[in-house]
Design a protein around this ligand. Structure first.
Ligand SMILES: [Fe+2]
Ligand SMILES: [Fe+2]
Length: 190
């Protein structure tokens, strides 16, 4: 499937706002690719498709996770939206023919981050937070950091996400905590 076909299929499945966000993530991820010395094609596809399952209702995410035999953590049962990366990966494999393991890993990990992330996964994680369509001051700061120093950008994003989650009284996914701790201890996720 070429990029045009992927875009038109995706736009038929997402709300206009989510589709615009997906285009924003794609554009920023492609701009970051040469800075982090990877080719532009994987960030283009992963950025565009990262939220393919983001608008599925909670119950459907849980039942698809069950059907796809995705192991579901207790926190993911409580907050099924956390599964939209993992469920998205299975949908992309089965229905879209997207099989590149690095693209699929980046889509799986963009929701929480993880202590081990490829450069592509890091780019998608950063671009998801920093794409300009979010219109947040935090996104703008993260975007500026991303063009200067990848680890500073990641560190900033984890801190912002964790503070947001704490302030809203929600549960923190263990991957997010582990990723942030590893970044502080080793200065890297790869
Ligand atoms: Fe997402
Ligand atoms: Fe997103």
């Amino acid at each position: 499937m070429n990029l045009e076909k992927i875009q038109s299929r995706l736009s038929a499945q997402l709300t206009p706002k989510r589709f615009e966000h997906s285009l924003g993530v794609m554009d920023l991820a492609v701009k970051l690719a040469p800075i982090y010395q990877i080719p532009p094609e994987p960030p283009r596809i992963a950025g565009l498709l990262h939220d393919v399952a983001r608008e599925l209702p909670a119950q459907e995410l849980l039942s698809l996770a069950h059907d796809f035999q995705i192991p579901v953590l207790e926190i993911e049962e409580q907050i099924p939206v956390l599964l939209h990366g993992k469920v998205g990966v299975e949908i992309l494999k089965r229905e879209w023919g997207i099989l590149d393991p690095d693209i699929l890993q980046a889509i799986s990990l963009h929701v929480t981050g993880a202590p081990e992330m490829s450069i592509l996964s890091q780019i998608i994680f950063i671009a998801d937070f920093a794409e300009p369509g979010r219109g947040l001051i935090f996104s703008d700061i993260a975007k500026k950091l991303a063009f200067v120093d990848r680890c500073s950008a990641l560190s900033y994003i984890f801190d912002q996400q964790i503070m947001y989650i704490l302030n809203s009284g929600c549960l923190l996914h263990p991957n997010t905590i582990e990723a942030r701790n590893k970044l502080i201890m080793t200065g890297s996720l790869s």
